[in-house]
Write a protein that binds this ligand. Sequence first.
Ligand SMILES: [Fe+2]
Length: 269
Amino acid sequence: MIADPEPASAYDKAAAHDIDPRCVPQRLDHEPPVGDAIPYPDYPAQDHANWRFLFERQMALLPGRAGDAFTSGVDRLGMTPDRIPSLASMSRRMQDASDWRIARIPGLVHEQDFFALLARRLFPSTDYIRGADELDYTPAPDCFHDMFGHMPMLTERAFADFYALFGRAALGATGKDRTSLERLHWFTVEFGLVRQGDGLRIFGAGILSSKNEVTHALSDAVDVLPFDPDRVVEQDYDVWHLQPTLFALDSFEQLVDGFSSWAKRRRLL
Ligand SMILES: [Fe+2]
């Protein structure tokens, strides 16, 4: 008697249909490893070289463009160009800074799993890096975007508090509120700008981890509007092109307060 073959995983099915399996959202069927329980992968030398290339290229573009909270977060997490950082070690540093920790996920996760982790102050991160042929663009999540783009801001207390509130609000949202929350996420966490004493700066991960977005975001080609949740939720976006419209915060406290009152009015908090 021949045993039944293993049921195909979402990855196998995607590969069979010629879809990049890293782009298929997966449901988490068990608790992902968190903090010190995350092992450090045995990365080949090429992976560390890809990290170094991406890290050095972005860091060279960021002076005068990235916000102070981001820049100090890179230091605080101990990121260097030498090697892909350890999720366990960054999780410890993040916990000290803002009481967030890191959960290692296998790729794109289903949005309910994603929101549930955020609500528990757990940042979902991959630990694999894009290939040498994808250095300018990858459609899939990878640890350069997750670590370099997102984690520094999670050492900023007010931003970190906002992101946990976002997760809580999103868990119960349906219909139009779901679309509104996607837009709020896009125009803050991924593409947000902030006004600081010396001018307009970037804090969104989608900009800070992309060579093209980082040079575009503060250029005259972008229409920058003041952050107002009621306005942001009306703003559609297109993931395939450079962003023509962005929103600027006055402070991260404004983000916490503005988001909380919007979400309470929508009965999401
Ligand atoms: Fe992201």
